[in-house]
Design a binder for this molecule. Structure first.
Ligand SMILES: Nc1nc2c(ncn2[C@@H]2O[C@H](COP(=O)(O)OP(=O)(O)O)[C@@H](O)[C@H]2O)c(=O)[nH]1
Ligand SMILES: [Mg+2]
Ligand SMILES: [Zn+2]
Length: 429
């Protein structure tokens, strides 16, 4: 079957998940085979083969490159980066994750995707697969290190350098070099037992996640050469990770109630800097969304915002009566579960009250931006980190890992703002 011809007819416009350029499928470039004569793409450098517009195709719809080899890989006409096939067939949904350095973004992503891979098929009737396993390789590494480690007693940590080194693709646009953040891409598709299986084609999505280093939200950093935050304009939902352990007011409130070393006193200078930093990052991200979306400062956004309050294990004594059991429910004997949105909203209200008490500026900033905001607590590890005596770095032992609610912000966002995949029960409303 000519997969190419077919897939090209499915979506009329493609959005590149790397540079967010919108183009027609027939404008796609093809990625040449790895014939030694074909290395050296003007945009991507010596390590990549050229991208080309083919004049010859095989009978089954693959392109023939200048060395006569077949190729089926496609690239964006603007940035030349590879655009995986499913993007041509399934509508994308963009989610941006942002937060201050060390707020827990990498642990959140690793635990969340690990949990979603298990829960979506068994509890929600949704298949989740890597759109492009190569692009998600970094996440697999974290997931394996944390959840499949053959040595469950070893103290492991997600290394910072390992992260930032390959977070971006550098593209030579002729007059300047641009760094684009690498997305994590997942296909979400209803299984036969899912109520929307019949209309799979219209509810399936390619979920594109961006892990933004907080540094990029410091004022002035989003220049033409590092437009790392442009995707905010396209994002369906913004997830802002707020880390109470970086806030001196939260640390005070947790005094004697938490044995997490991150809740211990830090130097006064560090304390002042991090308080200012979390609020600044949120304010700056919001201003960029407004700017990219052409909104005035006083206009309320329709865009949803999820304030993900991380490291719940370290501050849960502040809300001792909020249970950590997952907020799922079932109808009758259905194998498909639903989100218990009443419980989720009740928890959100409690967390909002707590933030309003200790960090009112975060609540005010969030509510000044949008009227669709929820405050969801997560624990990516379920356990405080320990200092590795050899390196002085925080680590966690895989046997201690017991994440809770880490998948709830994403399930909730999919339920509310990406219709037809995850259902919910709402007793009121
Ligand atoms: N107690 C606790 N600590 C966490 C949790 N998630 C991450 N951490 C710690 O927070 C630190 C920063 O996490 P990381 O994900 O690297 O932050 P990033 O810079 O935002 O990517 C690490 O030392 C982790 O051990 C959690 O759920 N609970
Ligand atoms: Mg990180
Ligand atoms: Zn592109």
């Amino acid at each position: 079957m000519s997969e190419t011809a077919q897939s090209f007819t499915i979506r009329s416009r493609i959005t590149c998940p790397h540079c967010w350029h919108e183009y027609l499928p027939e404008e796609s470039l093809w990625i040449a085979s790895d014939h030694p004569n074909l290395f050296g793409d003007p945009r991507l450098g010596d390590q990549q083969t050229i991208r080309f517009l083919p004049s010859r195709f095989t009978a089954d719809g693959e392109a023939i490159d200048p060395e006569g080899q077949r190729t089926s890989r496609l690239a964006c006409p603007s940035c030349h980066l590879e655009v995986p096939r499913p993007i041509y067939q399934i509508a994308p949904v963009f989610f941006s994750i942002l937060g201050a350095p060390a707020s827990g973004k990498s642990y959140f992503l690793a635990s969340m995707t690990w949990r979603l891979r298990q829960l979506l098929p068994t509890n929600f009737g949704i298949v989740i697969t890597d759109t492009d396993p190569v692009a998600n390789a970094r996440l697999h590494e974290y997931e394996e290190q944390q959840f499949l480690n053959p040595n469950p007693d070893a103290l492991v940590s997600i290394a910072k350098t390992q992260l930032d080194g390959d977070l971006y693709d550098r593209v030579n646009m002729g007059t300047h070099v641009v760094s684009y953040p690498r997305p994590f891409l997942f296909n979400l598709q209803p299984m036969p037992n899912h109520p929307n299986h019949r209309i799979s084609k219209s509810v399936a999505r390619v979920m594109c996640l961006y892990d933004n280093a907080g540094e990029h939200f410091l004022p002035g950093v989003d220049s033409a050469t590092a437009p790392v935050t442009r995707h905010l304009a396209l994002s369906r939902v913004l997830f802002f990770l707020f880390d109470p352990t970086q806030d001196v007011r939260f640390r005070r409130a947790c005094h004697g109630k938490s044995d997490d070393p991150q809740m211990q006193n830090r130097s006064e200078r560090l304390a002042r800097e991090s308080v200012a930093r979390q609020d600044t990052i949120l304010v700056e991200a919001i201003q960029r969304v407004r700017r990219h979306a052409g909104l005035r400062d006083d206009q309320i956004q329709q865009r949803p915002l999820v304030i993900v309050v991380t490291k719940w294990d370290s501050w849960k004594e502040l809300l001792p009566d909020v249970a950590i059991e997952p907020p799922y429910g079932t109808f009758n004997s259905s194998s498909i579960q639903f989100l218990d949105n009443d419980r989720i909203h009740a928890v959100s209200n409690r967390v909002e009250q707590l933030l309003a008490e200790h960090t009112p500026e975060i609540v005010a900033t969030a509510k000044g931006f949008t009227d669709q905001v929820v405050f969801l607590p997560v624990s990516a590890t379920g356990h405080a980190p320990e200092t590795d005596p050899a390196t002085g770095v925080f680590g966690i032992r895989p046997k201690d890992l017991d994440p809770y609610w880490v998948e709830i912000p994403m399930l909730y966002a999919i339920n509310r703002w990406c219709e037809g995949l995850v259902g919910a029960v709402n007793r009121i409303s």
